[in-house]
Every structure is written in structure tokens, then in C-alpha cells.
Design a protein around this ligand. Structure first.
Ligand SMILES: Nc1ncnc2c1ncn2[C@@H]1O[C@H](COP(=O)(O)OP(=O)(O)OP(=O)(O)O)[C@@H](O)[C@H]1O
Length: 585
């Protein structure tokens, strides 16, 4: 129960609901237990009438009173049971909601490394499946526990008052029942975990084959994919059948044990009645009802134990993530000023997971209003520089300063708020084009969106879609071409009008003519802002204030376009290659 202590703050938050729920539960059980006692009274009345100890009128009155009590108590117990669920089960839904939000917020805070080290499926599972299991503890488990304890205590008091020896015999099989149900529940849980694993394998497989359907068709491997699916589905079916086998034991066991308890009551009750140890045959009827009423709650002891164990395991998995401290910490609470002067001094950085040293002593400076272009072979560290400016990772040595203040001394949120970042792989959400652009600035007007799209040279394309800016992208909507995606992503960055614009090879999928137009627009809108353009094309870099060329994490060339084309090296070679390619087209 150590891990489940995390939920105490929520229990305390909803304590009023829980206390009321508890009181209602106890009251409902008290009313429920009126039935066996009044059934006994009916039997006693019949016996006394039979023995002519009471008149027909008295008998009728007693019978009517008992029936009214039974119906009335059952109705009240029913209404109270409804409110019992409404309070306690609702609390479990509130806790589920709070816990999901807590986990989601924590996920948002954690750094990129966390996402690299954990699989998306696992993250999703903890926020859905695991929270679901914890909810079973916070709601049903607590409700059934109060229910069982209340029913048991009240019933035992009545039973021992009515016939102590018979009460002993009656409750004998109940612990056995509880242990059997516990064992069955555990086995059911183990097998259903395996079934869940197979279901998620199956859905991952199906999802991937649908996403990659064009590749599957192009390679003509539909048959092979179907047979892979078939074998996975076959294994999944076997696991389901295994689960069904254990589940099939549940009710027969219950029926067997209820039957045994009933037989014990009838046998020992009958003996005691014959020996005159109990006053009426009605006591046997009363006890049979008790046995049937107690069986389910006792069975739930085993079930609840297994729920608590599952919840403990799930909460442990949740706590593992909740206790993680984000690697990138915001150390400054108040907003700091960002102007756009960026200085790298001897910066080195190694990726933890791959141990690749992506930057080795990199130093450069770019002033507010200037444009820096970064070129270099693939894997030379260009994107890493951009990631470090946004503090997606913290550096190992050296220093990065923004307007002379170390980047770690800036408020992290102000810093990121002042950056417009266009990543290498433009990611667009399954939402309208308008919302995808507005993602950069939530309060942007339609005019702002159009303006940004025009500057990113994508307005004309968007206008051609029948729904224009309301066209939905992604799974539910249309797919944009690589170049269109890049331009929507550029519009999203520039709509923010940030102090620093970072473009990570984001013009690679557009033709040189469109590239030229976008660069011209960017030049216009980035007045007074700092821009860093990562590219493999000289055409993107030639107008930059400064160009640096990276090779294996080090700056190997630095200068302006004019100076670099007159210098032997990567830049000049690239320039010559690209103009010869251009002229041969
Ligand atoms: N997220 C990451 N985790 C681990 N290693 C990484 C990560 N990103 C990049 N690397 C490694 O760091 C080195 C520099 O990568 P980076 O993406 O900065 O290069 P790049 O110059 O932008 O390449 P490209 O032109 O192909 O985009 C590469 O060797 C790469 O394998």
C-alpha cells in the first residue's frame, strides 16, 4: 500500500463525499438486513397461527406488517445503494480525472531525453490503463470494502443474537470462498494482462500496416502482411481462450459454495430445530437469506484484494514518472528580457543516449537583427545548435548567452516564448490549417493567419482547397505535400513574431524559386530579429550576415558568402556544385 499513499491527497480533497458515501453504505446495509428478520417473523406468525396461538385477524395484521416492512426496507436500501454508488464511484472518477491531469502535466514538464528513453505506448498506458486500475481501487474497491464490512458486522450481530451455534456453522465456508475467489481473480488478472499485451501488439501491427499501406501495396506484400497478422491474431485468440477457461470457473465455484453453505444451514438448523435449540423454522429461512446475502460481499474480499494489488502495481509505475525531475529546470521565476544577441563560447555537447559528441568547442556570435546560416554535412551538428538555443538540452561545457546573460539564467518559458522554431520534419496536428498556424499564437486573428501564410508562400495553395484555411489535416483530413507542410510550419513560427527565428533545413522540400520568395519575405519580416537558418543549400545561406560551416561538431569555416566562395573548402565546393546543377537544369 506504500505506493497508493500518493492518492491520500485526493482522498482528503474528496473526504466529505467519501464520509457521506460511507454513512449511506452502512445505512443501506442495515435496511437490507430487515428482509431476513421479517421473513422469520412471517414463519413465526404462520407457526403460531397453525398452533392456534393467534387469531386470524392478528395473523393477517402481522403478515401485512411484515410484508410492508420488507418492501419498504428493500425500497429504502435500493435508493441508498443508488446514492452510495453516486458518491463513492463518482469520487473515483474525480480522482481518475485529477490523476490523469497530474500525469499529463508531468509529461509536459519532462525533457526530451525522457521521451527518448520511454516508448510512446508505455507513456499512454500509464495514463490510461494504469490510471484505470488505480480508479478501481479508489472507487469500487473502497465501496465494496465498506459494503462488506458493514453487511458482515450487522449480519453477524443479528445472526449471533438469533442462533449463535448456527451462525458459526453458517459462516464456516465463507473464508474458503474468499480465498478461492482471490486465487481465481489473480489468475484472471495474470491472464488478462497477457491478453492486453496481445491486443496492443495487434493494434500496433494493424495501425502500422494501415499507415504504411502505400509501401505494402507498392512492394506487393499484402499476402505476407496478412499472414503475419493472422499468426498474431491466432496467438491472441489462444490467450483469450486461456482467459475464458479460468473465468468459466468463477460462477460454478460461487454456486457450489453458496449451495454448501445453504446445505449446512438446512442440516444444522434442522438438527437444532428438532432438538429444540432454535425456537422456529423461520430462523432457518432467515439464515438461508443471510448466507445468500453474505456470499457476494465475501467473494468480493478476494476480488478487492486482487484489485488493490493491481492498483498498487499500477500506482508504482505512475509514481516512477511522477517522481522524475525534469532535466531542464527553470531556475528563474520572473520573466527575463530576450533581445536576440546569441553567443556560443566553446560549447560542447554529447547526447546521453548515443554518447555521440555532437558539438566540440563551438564558438560564434550573432547579433540582434542579423542572420546566421549554418551549413555542413549531414550529422555535423547543425540541428543540435538550434536545440541548444531553445534549451531542449543543457550543454556539457562552455556557455551559451542571450544578450550577455547565460541561457540558464533566463526564464525558460520566456526564452521559448521568444523563439519561433521550424523543425526539420514539419509536424502538423490533425486539425484545420488555420489552427495549425494559430498554434504559434493562440489569439491571432484570421488576418494574422493569412499574413503569415502569405509570407510563407503557402496562401495560394491553401486557397485552392475547397475549405481553405478550415481544411482539416492529417488522419481525418487531407495530406499536404512535403513542401506545403514545411511552409505551414514556417507560417506557424513567424505568426508569433518572435525575437529569434530558427529554421532547421525547412526549405529543403520547396523548389528554388519558392525558396527565393520565402527568403525575401523572411528578410522583410525578420527585421530587428535574429534568424538562424540551417540548410544544405547555398541559396538559403548566401544573403546571411554570417555563415558557419560545421564538420563533425566543429566550425571549419566562417565568413560571408563573398568571403567563403573565394576560399577553398566545403562552402566553395558546394557553391560550385549547386550552380552547375542549377545551370544544367
Ligand atoms: N536526439 C538525438 N539523440 C542522440 N543522438 C543524436 C540526436 N540528434 C542527433 N544526434 C546525433 O548527433 C549528431 C549531430 O546531429 P544533428 O542532427 O545535429 O546533425 P545535422 O547536422 O543537423 O544533420 P542533418 O543535416 O542530417 O540534419 C549526429 O551524429 C546524430 O546522430
Amino acid at each position: 500500500m506504500k505506493e497508493l499513499k500518493h492518492l491520500n491527497k485526493y482522498f482528503s480533497k474528496y473526504k466529505t463525499h467519501l464520509i457521506i458515501g460511507g454513512i449511506i453504505t452502512v445505512a443501506a446495509r442495515i435496511f437490507l438486513l430487515y428482509t431476513p428478520r421479517y421473513v422469520k417473523r412471517i414463519f413465526v406468525a404462520i407457526e403460531r397461527y397453525d398452533e392456534a396461538k393467534i387469531t386470524s385477524d392478528v395473523f393477517k395484521t402481522e403478515l401485512t406488517q411484515a410484508i410492508i416492512w420488507i418492501i419498504g426496507a428493500a425500497l429504502i436500501a435500493g435508493v441508498l445503494t443508488f446514492f452510495m454508488r453516486q458518491t463513492i464511484i463518482n469520487v473515483s472518477r474525480y480522482i481518475e480525472f485529477d490523476l490523469k491531469n497530474e500525469i499529463y502535466e508531468q509529461y509536459q514538464k519532462l525533457s526530451l531525453n525522457f521521451y527518448k528513453n520511454n516508448r510512446t505506448g508505455d507513456l499512454m498506458n500509464r495514463i490510461t490503463e494504469d490510471v484505470g486500475r488505480v480508479r478501481m481501487y479508489a472507487g469500487p474497491a473502497i465501496m465494496y470494502s465498506i459494503n462488506t464490512v458493514a453487511l458482515f458486522v450487522v449480519a453477524l450481530i443479528y445472526m449471533f443474537k438469533a442462533a449463535p451455534t448456527l451462525a458459526m456453522y453458517t459462516i464456516l465456508p465463507l473464508p474458503i470462498l474468499s480465498v478461492i475467489i482471490y486465487k481465481l481473480s489473480r489468475e484472471i488478472h495474470n491472464r488478462s494482462t497477457i491478453v492486453q499485451e496481445y491486443l496492443s501488439k495487434l493494434s500496433t501491427f494493424t495501425q502500422e500496416s494501415f499507415s504504411g499501406i502505400s509501401v505494402i501495396k507498392a512492394y506487393g506484400i499484402e499476402g505476407q502482411t496478412s499472414s503475419n497478422f493472422n499468426s498474431l491474431a491466432l496467438e491472441s485468440k489462444e490467450k483469450q481462450v486461456n482467459l475464458a477457461k479460468v473465468q468459466a470457473w468463477f460462477f460454478p465455484m460461487m454456486i457450489l459454495l453458496i449451495g454448501t453453505s445453504n446445505l449446512l444451514v438446512i442440516y444444522f438448523g434442522g438438527m437444532q430445530y428438532i432438538n429444540g435449540e432454535i425456537e422456529s423454522i423461520g430462523t432457518i429461512a432467515e439464515f438461508i437469506i443471510y448466507v445468500n446475502m453474505l456470499t457476494w460481499p465475501v467473494a468480493t474480499v478476494g476480488w478487492v484484494t486482487s484489485i488493490v494489488q493491481q492498483a498498487e502495481a499500477s500506482q508504482k509505475r505512475i509514481n516512477q514518472f511522477l517522481k522524475l525531475e525534469p532535466e531542464i529546470k527553470n531556475t528563474v521565476e520572473t520573466a527575463t528580457e530576450i533581445t536576440g544577441d546569441i553567443t556560443f563560447t566553446n560549447v560542447s555537447f554529447t547526447y546521453d543516449d548515443t554518447n555521440i559528441q555532437a558539438l566540440k568547442g563551438v564558438s560564434f556570435n550573432v547579433k540582434q537583427g542579423e542572420t546566421l546560416a549554418i551549413l555542413g554535412k549531414t550529422g555535423s551538428g547543425k540541428s543540435t545548435i538550434l536545440d541548444l538555443i531553445g534549451r531542449l538540452y543543457d550543454i556539457d561545457s562552455g556557455a551559451i548567452a542571450i544578450n550577455d546573460t547565460n541561457i540558464e539564467k533566463h526564464n525558460l518559458y520566456t526564452l521559448r516564448d521568444n523563439i519561433g522554431y521550424v523543425p526539420q520534419d514539419a509536424f502538423l496536428f490533425s486539425d484545420s490549417i488555420k489552427n495549425n498556424i494559430k498554434f504559434g499564437k493562440e489569439d491571432a486573428t484570421d488576418e494574422d493567419v493569412i499574413e503569415a501564410a502569405k509570407n510563407a508562400q503557402v496562401h495560394k495553395n491553401i486557397k485552392k482547397f475547397s475549405n481553405g484555411y478550415d481544411t482539416v489535416l492529417g488522419e481525418r483530413g487531407i495530406t499536404l505535400s512535403g513542401g506545403q507542410k514545411q511552409r505551414v510550419s514556417i507560417a506557424r513560427a513567424i505568426i508569433k513574431s518572435p525575437k529569434i527565428l530558427l529554421f532547421d533545413d525547412c526549405l529543403s522540400a520547396v523548389d528554388t524559386e519558392t525558396e527565393e520568395k520565402i527568403l525575401k519575405n523572411l528578410n522583410k519580416i525578420s527585421k530587428g530579429k535574429t534568424s538562424i537558418i540551417v540548410s544544405h543549400r547555398v541559396s538559403s545561406a548566401k544573403n546571411a550576415t554570417k555563415i558557419i560551416v560545421l564538420d563533425d561538431g566543429k566550425i571549419v569555416q566562417e565568413g560571408t558568402h563573398e568571403s567563403l566562395i573565394n576560399q577553398d573548402g566545403y562552402y566553395k565546393d558546394l557553391y560550385l556544385k549547386q550552380i552547375s546543377e542549377g545551370s544544367s537544369k
